[in-house]
Design a protein around this ligand. Structure first.
Ligand code: ADP
Ligand code: MG
Length: 763
């Protein structure tokens, strides 16, 4: 029944119009949910009507006519006069000529009718223009009362197909539904546990409710179903992956290991979180079940070291590990910090290398060809080493015969498709297999993100991953004092540059971040929406902002937004900064230029760096003590937090200055206040979601087409998602193949179809 074409069950005109809107089947139509529900409401006497107010009246028709309009659109109108015995009023409806004459007949003199609309005044008489109406003649008194109480579903209608027509079509379809027609993805015990109505009832009640309780119960049930199917899809994906792929188990030979050597050489102690997460990962790596883990940790929580220890476990046992970063700058930085942490342990095969040692290779678009050939040969030869590069490495034909672990850093968008791609190409020849054996193993996967992901999003977008959280930062990191400066306070703005000069004079470094590169540019947040960031060199600045892009907000500033080129010039000429070198860094520069810019900044040749959000993610210059964000109101909370994380990395106190021109009380103002008041990235991420609570985090409905999530809102329905996740795990534990849950299996397949995957990717 659900797959029946609408043309079979509805009139041709209606069906054609629905098809034009992309709704082909009964099932498609059912999924078009009412936006809200109206009721007829309290009846008002005609004499009591107030112009401009919305009212419902019961009246009898005195006379009615329809006629064509003069050469106009709409083509015709119907006029009627009605009375309640005491007073009279007029009615007018507009539309096609046929429909209008039909209405005039329906509203023949003597007919009793319910009318609802906004009271207007025309030629001194009260009038309802385009009211909703319902003929009451054939209804008993009881039926009339029930009708008045009944909620009226309001659909997202169009001119061609207004809400009330959709309501009629829906009733036609719903009336024909039987128990066998609608699938029931929710197991009976889950429905019972959460007191949810069955699927058929839900579809009936959402479209044709008798009272408010019914549509509320229907919504609750359908919302739960969405959460349940989504979680089931993720759980199934995981089970399937684990049953069809095997990884190599990399064991840790106790104190005689590369990892232990590193631990012994570290100038500091691991934090409790690093130890705990490290052990979880170590156990997972020592198993043939492929690890799929998301490591979250605020900026500066020491994720790199966690990753390095994991990579050493693999490399120490003869495998290869890859660390992928979203940009070349970050990749180069990672290589540098890994080598720094490793010291002699990174100089395998060299005179000053340690006894047990490895090598860290960097492969990016700017690696010179001879060096590239050398690295490729070493890796293809199976050298147990660490390879650092951008995500582009995934697409390239780099041979890593013993690839045992892939670490993906700072990447929100390393979504489901990337994980699948990795499995497809990441096959490893099992080093423990017999020589000549062609058995392929999949690498373990560790995804790291510094943009804290609120729990519900983690459960939804990364629901097929285990998650681990580093919830403390290593001692020694100083809290970053944050100040808001309004553009209008010019003396304050000038004060920023005097402060910057002082920071530089005492050995500090200063970032100045702008939302644009050139004065003529669009905002960068718009530039950064590239593909999945694979190989792109502008990092995915948006992060959470992307997840919630549904909610646009445009303060339309009169002042042009700060641009890198403009501010680099202004600061070079700024008296307070006389003699201080000013550099620039943008995504438009070549990788070599970027590296040079970062080096000049770190070394102090240009201790002031005017940049775009390229510096947002992962950039690590310990001497940086001041972050100035111009037009800070143009950035999202998580982005601001990332930017602030670029300072306070050394032992000197650092500060962050957010310069903005937003109005007190505006959403941007609240965001900036939240930013200035809290340093906890997770709290900020939650606040970010709340401030945007109306946005459907998982993508807005596509025009005309059925959206993937109809009722579920990740911002609001955390509890539902969590409950569903728990129930799903129980169901799948009992019935991993879902043989006893065919409707659920079918719903999952539907959810995991191409379109759904595309939407998971978008998030
Ligand atoms: P993030 O999680 O932002 O990637 P990093 O891994 O870059 O953080 O670590 C930030 C800094 O803290 C680095 O300089 C790193 O060497 C240092 N660090 C990491 N772990 C510890 C620790 N346990 N004690 C002290 N410093 C640490
Ligand atoms: Mg990092």
């Amino acid at each position: 029944m659900l797959s029946q074409p609408l043309s079979k069950v509805l009139g041709k005109k209606t069906a054609d119009e629905l098809i034009r809107q992309g709704l082909l089947t009964v099932g498609d139509l059912l999924h078009l949910l009412p936006r809200r529900y109206d009721t007829w409401g309290e009846l008002t006497e005609l004499a009591q009507l107030v112009e401009g107010e919305h009212a419902t009246v019961q009246a009898q028709v005195l006379r009615s006519t329809s006629r064509r309009t003069r050469g106009g659109r709409p083509a015709a109108l119907m006029e009627a006069t009605v009375t309640d015995g005491a007073s009279t009023m007029d009615i007018v409806l507009f539309g096609g000529a046929g429909l209008m004459s039909h209405y005039a007949k329906q509203l023949a003199p003597g007919t009793t009718v319910l009318l609802s609309g906004k009271v207007g005044l025309r030629r001194g008489r009260r009038q309802l223009a385009s009211p909703r109406f319902q003929v009451l003649d054939d209804l008993s008194e009881d039926e009339r009362e029930a009708l008045l109480a009944r909620p009226l579903p309001i659909y997202p209608g169009t001119d061609a197909l207004p809400s009330w027509k959709l309501a009629i079509a829906m009733r036609t379809v719903v009336d024909q539904l039987g128990d066998e027609d609608v699938p029931e993805p929710l197991p009976a015990e889950v429905r019972a546990a959460h007191r949810l109505v069955d699927a058929l009832t839900a579809w009936r009640w959402i479209h044709c409710p008798q009272d408010e309780e019914q549509w509320r119960a229907a919504r609750r049930r359908l919302r739960y179903e969405e959460a349940f199917v989504l979680q089931a899809a993720l759980a199934r994906r995981r089970v399937e992956h684990e049953s069809t792929h095997a990884a190599v188990a990399w064991s840790l030979p106790g104190p005689q290991s590369l990892r232990a050597d590193l631990d012994a050489a570290l100038p500091f102690r691991l934090t409790a979180g690093q130890v705990r997460v490290g052990e979880e990962i170590a156990t997972a790596l020592d198993s043939t079940v492929p690890m799929q883990r998301l490591l979250q940790g605020d900026v500066g929580s020491g994720k790199t070291l966690v990753a390095l220890r994991a990579m050493l476990q693999v490399v120490g046992a003869g495998g290869q590990a890859a660390l992928l970063a979203p940009t070349e700058v970050l990749a180069a930085q990672h290589r540098a910090s890994l080598e720094h942490l490793l010291g002699p342990l990174a100089r395998g095969g060299m005179l000053d290398g340690a006894v047990r040692a490895t090598r860290v290779h960097l492969l990016t678009g700017s690696t010179p060809a001879p060096r590239r050939r050398e690295v490729l040969a070493a890796l293809a030869g199976g050298e147990p080493s660490i390879l650092v590069g951008t995500h582009a490495l995934l697409n390239e034909s780099v041979q890593l015969p013993f690839l045992g672990l892939v670490v993906v850093d700072e990447q929100h968008r390393f979504g489901v498709a990337q994980r699948d791609a990795l499995r497809e190409r990441g096959g490893v020849t099992d080093p423990q297999a017999l020589p000549g054996s062609q058995e392929r193993r999949t690498p373990h996967l560790l995804v790291m993100t510094a943009t804290p992901i609120p729990r519900t999003i983690a459960m939804t977008v990364f629901g097929d991953l285990d998650t681990a959280v580093l919830d403390e930062t290593p001692g020694g990191r100083s809290p970053v004092a944050t100040h808001l400066v309004p553009w209008e306070r010019e003396p304050w703005v000038e004060g920023i540059w005097r402060r910057a000069a002082r920071e530089v004079a005492t050995g500090g470094r200063v970032y100045v971040v702008c939302p644009r590169i050139d004065v003529t540019d669009e905002e960068l947040t718009d530039l950064a929406h590239g593909s999945l960031g694979v190989g792109a060199d502008e990092p995915d600045t948006a992060g959470l902002e992307d997840l919630v892009s549904a909610l646009g907000e445009d303060p339309s500033p009169a002042r042009p937004l700060a641009a890198v080129t403009e501010w680099a010039e202004r600061l070079a000429a700024e008296p307070a900064l006389e003699g201080v070198g000013v550099g620039t860094l943008t995504g438009r520069m070549s990788p070599a230029e970027k590296t040079a810019a970062m080096e000049d900044f770190a070394s102090g040749r240009t201790p002031v760096l005017v940049a775009t959000t390229v510096v947002e993610v992962g950039v690590d210059v310990p001497g940086a003590t001041m972050m100035v964000i111009l037009d800070a109101d143009r950035f999202g909370l998580s982005q601001l937090h990332q930017l602030r994380g670029r300072v306070g990395r050394g032992d000197r106190p650092s500060l962050c200055v957010a310069v903005a021109g937003c109005e007190v009380g505006s959403p941007a103002y609240h965001r900036l206040k939240a930013f200035a008041e809290t340093l906890d990235g997770f709290a900020l991420a939650e606040a970010d979601l709340e401030l945007r609570s109306e946005g459907n985090v998982l993508g807005a409905a596509q025009s005309g087409r059925r959206s993937d999530l109809d009722l579920l809102r990740v911002t609001r329905d955390a509890r539902v998602i969590e409950q569903a996740r728990g129930e799903v795990q129980a169901v799948i534990a009992r019935d991993p193949g879902l043989e006893h849950h065919p409707d659920l299996a079918a719903a999952i397949t539907e959810r995991l179809d191409e379109e759904s995957q595309a939407y998971l990717e978008r998030a």
